[in-house]
Design a protein around this ligand. Structure first.
Ligand code: G3H
Ligand code: ZN
Length: 287
């Protein structure tokens, strides 16, 4: 069954590892992430962006698919189904659809309205046993077709939002969605340390997990990051594996055109990435 991300992230924080948040984009993606997490006995967070939710015909479809898949595949590790970069309206749709966790990205509102809406969602999530992620500072790059300019979080604002009672906090520390530019300045560990200093036991979230060097990931975990989001890297390897299959003409051999065969290399490629990340994050065997 689905669980909120609260307990798994508190355990991760205490155990100095991170839980992977892998965005799902369809049935095959979901199956790939769940089977890998079960095989590695790792807790896992399935992230669903507003755009992916729409693509999969709505959050109710996604929730029903994930719940049924957990049952049919006999998944026993803790799984959280999490709205990623949620709008205020999207949060309520996911609460109604049966998600177990939501992110309210209130950065587009004036701070007092962001605080008011966050307070309201904290109350509702507590009543429903769901977890709530908030964001402070902006994560740069492209997410769901939206291009943003990153800005490092203000540690004082992080403490204010953390004190509202959210369960996890995404602080902008120079991380970017999508591929990192060659001239990327790296993560601001100074900002991360300052945020950690003020927010204490709060599990911190690192968005834009694609392409961050392993040593930076490990340092971020040491400095309090307990959830790391990955999407683009899985999309890139899926596309590459599918392209290779077609370039090798395998879609024209026998029934190679069958989507169950055509999509298989991409699914295996996703599973490889998920395995690599869970080993890097230290969540293997932590279920
Ligand atoms: O919220 C989703 C993640 O931040 C995705 O980041 O596509 O750069 O791995 P990424
Ligand atoms: Zn993100």
């Amino acid at each position: 069954m689905l669980v909120s991300a609260k307990d798994m992230l508190q355990k991760a924080k205490a155990g100095h590892y991170a839980v992977g948040h892998f965005n799902i984009n369809n049935l095959e993606w979901t199956k790939a992430v769940l089977l890998t997490a079960e095989e590695l006995r790792s807790p896992v967070i399935l992230g669903v962006s507003e755009g992916a939710g729409k693509y999969m015909t709505g959050f109710k479809t996604v929730a029903a698919m994930v719940k049924a898949m957990i049952e049919e595949l006999h998944i026993t590790i803790p799984v959280a189904l999490h709205l990623d970069h949620g709008t205020y309206e999207g949060c309520y749709k996911c609460i109604e659809a049966g998600f177990s966790s939501i992110m309210f990205d209130g950065s587009s509102y004036p701070i007092d309205e962001n605080v008011a809406k966050t307070r309201e969602l904290v109350k509702i999530c507590a009543e429903k046993g769901m977890s709530l992620e908030a964001e402070v500072g902006a994560i740069g790059g492209e997410e769901d077709g939206v291009i943003g300019v990153g800005e490092c979080a203000d540690p004082e604002e992080c403490k204010m939002i953390a004190d509202l009672g959210v369960d996890m906090l995404a602080a902008g520390i120079g991380n970017i969605h999508g591929k990192y530019p060659d001239n990327w300045a790296g993560l601001s560990f100074e900002t991360l340390a300052a945020v950690q200093e003020l927010t204490g036991e709060m599990p911190l979230v690192l968005h834009g997990g694609t392409g961050i060097p392993d040593d930076m990931i490990k340092k971020a975990i040491d400095l309090g990051v307990s959830k790391i989001n990955v999407n683009t890297e899985c999309q890139l390897v899926f596309a590459e594996a599918t392209r290779k299959y077609i370039e090798e003409g395998k879609d024209r051999q026998g029934k190679g055109y069958d989507p169950r065969k055509l999509l298989a290399p991409g699914i295996e490629a996703i599973q490889e990435i998920v395995k690599e990340k869970m080993e890097l994050f230290g969540s293997v065997g932590k279920a």
